[in-house]
Design a protein around this ligand. Structure first.
Ligand code: SAH
Length: 588
């Protein structure tokens, strides 16, 4: 079952660290986030307000060891949109108070009680239902869904007014609650997959216990557009049709759509965008199972192949392509068949977390497996304890690409890490090369996407000013994968064309003479006063930036962690406050 995300325990100063560490022991995989420069912990952040907003927006539970007012002001701009609200708590630095602030339906009071117990203090619970019953009846655990929040609130106020209730159905989480129970009560808490019939004297909670299998033969679908999140109109229509058929099957059996635990399809249809879109419309996970189409291609056969639990087939409509299975208990979608595997090739940017694009961070957060050169995987942290890291030597790129597809085609969520941009002298091309060479249909079914990053040339250029402000080219000086003669030819043409040149892989121990040779060629076409920018470890703690002239430049000034930008005839340097290098946008 999807467990709650581990909370971010956020502190401002060293005074809160002890309390933070005590709270941390309660939550596996949780991390202490500390203000950069003030105190060292697991994660450093630069500014409290944007950091809290970012955590909140990602749905991360927040335990902030500071004044409740500060926390409220920080997240306030996000509060009007009360969709999925993570738990947010303020805790006094010295551990003397814990105040649940937000996320009543996401278990904030449960966390407040846990933290308070660990700190041996009473929690500052303000929710009346909680105070009385010791639990929030409106907050059922994972695998269960409240039919209607409005009805739920009325129900709880009736209980608060002194009424008692019956419990009908299986609700083990209510066993410890101090609910005023009576078998003859007018009010009832009913745990049922059946749709709520509108009665006010029942609090209806649906166990997610129905699996809908679909065979979308009846529905036309087109292959996915490579690497886009956009779904075509035809697929959208097909998805709406699938979702409508599932909903009407549920309705025909009096089942609530909130009782749906998962949508199940045949592995053959894994790459069909209509199915993914239909699952999104129904707001349930999409799972797949292998099914021998030659023998039986009915939706009911998919259920038989995928379900390891006892269930009752309620609906098997071959023509509509929908079958429903009802289990007596909530179903964990993670146990049904398998998910469509995902491979996301990301760029970390040059090094610092601020220069990583949010889509890359998100992919890392969602990954089950992370692959890449060890140094980069370290840069990608902090990772969750459950995430599997497959570090490798930098050289085995094709092997790593194939490994990524093996994992992803088994249903894992794989992230392949590159530095800078993954498409610039990095893993994205290797991954596509591996896919291009493969006949494996399971590889083709993997949800592959590539997330761009800030490349070393861009990061270095921004530090220096705007040396890439006019036409430029990017060249790798490594002759590992291409003959040196090609490099010489391209250098000559680029130098002759007066392009600004960004050199990647300028030199290494295995390639000691190539850079001098390259510079000799450039000097045939460019004046000695040409501006050259040297960025080393840009975006990392040891970053250095230098500007020299082509005449002064020595290959000893350059190593494999350096980006070399050789200016054109118009690239200029000036000092106003700081020193800047830029290439004007115009040309004579
Ligand atoms: N995909 C990467 C490039 C990989 S090639 C990107 O888009 O940035 C590796 C080369 O990139 C290094 O030899 C160096 O020339 C350059 N490089 C990578 N990171 C750098 C950094 N932080 N500072 C300066 N140069 C860097």
């Amino acid at each position: 079952m999807a467990r709650m995300m581990p909370p971010a325990i956020v502190i401002l100063g060293a005074g809160a660290l002890d309390t933070a560490r005590r709270i941390q022991t309660l939550y596996a995989d949780s991390q202490v986030h500390a203000l950069q420069g003030r105190v060292e912990a697991d994660v450093a952040y630069a500014e409290l307000s944007p950091h809290l907003r970012d955590l909140y927006a990602r749905g991360t539970p927040i335990v902030a060891l500071c004044a409740a007012g500060i926390v409220i002001r920080c997240v306030a701009p996000l509060l009007s949109n009360k969709g999925a609200e993570p738990p947010v708590l303020a805790v006094a630095e010295d551990g003397s108070a814990v105040v649940p602030l937000l996320g009543g339906l996401a278990g904030v009071n449960v966390m407040a009680r846990e933290i308070a117990a660990a700190l041996a203090i009473p929690p500052a619970i303000t929710t009346s239902g909680e105070l009385r019953f010791g639990t929030c009846v409106l907050n059922p655990p994972d695998g269960y869904a409240l039919a209607d929040i409005g009805q739920g609130k009325r129900f709880v106020s009736d209980l608060l007014a002194g009424e008692s209730t019956r419990v009908e159905g299986d609700a083990p989480w209510l066993d410890d609650a101090q609910l005023p129970r009576s078998p003859s009560a007018r009010l009832a808490i009913r745990i049922t997959p059946r749709a709520w019939n509108g009665r006010d004297d029942e609090l209806v909670i649906h166990p997610r216990s129905v699996v809908a299998a679909v065979t979308p033969e009846a529905v036309a679908s087109t292959p996915a557009q490579a690497n886009t999140a956009a779904t075509s109109t035809a697929d959208k229509d097909a998805a709406a049709e699938i979702a409508a058929r599932v909903r009407s099957s549920l309705e025909a059996h009096g089942l609530a759509s909130l009782s749906l635990a998962a949508l199940l399809g045949s592995s053959e249809h894994m790459a069909e965008p209509a199915l993914a879109e239909a699952a999104a419309l129904l707001n349930v996970p999409l799972r797949f199972t292998d099914c021998d189409a030659a023998i039986d291609e009915s939706p009911a056969s998919l259920l038989r192949a995928a379900l390891r639990i006892p269930y009752e087939t309620l609906h098997d409509d071959h023509v509509q392509g929908v079958a429903l299975a009802l289990s007596p208990l909530a179903v964990d979608p993670g146990t049904i068949g398998r998910a469509r595997g995902r491979l996301t090739v990301i760029g970390l940017g040059p090094g610092s977390a601020e220069l990583m694009v949010p889509a890359a961070r998100k992919a890392l957060d969602q990954a089950t497996d992370i692959l890449g050169y060890e140094t980069y995987v370290k840069m990608a942290g902090p990772l969750r304890a459950g995430q599997r890291v497959h570090g490798t030597d930098n050289r085995e790129e094709m092997q790593r690409a194939r490994h990524a597809f093996e994992l992803a085609s088994a249903g894992r969520s794989v992230v392949m890490v590159s530095s800078g941009d993954p498409g610039v002298f990095a893993m994205a091309a290797a991954v596509l090369e591996a896919l291009d060479a493969s006949e494996d249909s399971a590889w083709a079914a993997v949800e592959l996407s590539i997330v761009p990053g800030v490349s070393a040339a861009m990061a270095t250029a921004a530090q220096a000013g705007a040396p890439l402000g006019h036409d430029f080219c990017m060249l790798s000086l490594s002759d590992n994968l291409k003959p040196w003669s090609i490099i010489e030819k391209r250098l000559r043409h680029a130098a002759q064309a007066d392009l600004v040149m960004a050199f990647y892989n300028p030199i290494s121990r295995a390639r000691p003479w190539q850079l001098d040779k390259a510079l000799d060629i450039v000097r045939e076409y460019r004046a000695a006063h040409t501006q050259v920018v040297l960025g080393r470890d840009i975006g990392r703690p040891a970053a250095t930036l230098r500007t020299v002239t082509l005449g002064e430049l020595r290959s000893a000034d350059v190593d494999m962690r350096t980006m070399l930008i050789v200016g054109s005839s118009t690239t200029r340097r000036f000092t106003r406050g700081a020193q800047w290098v830029y290439t004007p946008r115009w040309y004579e």
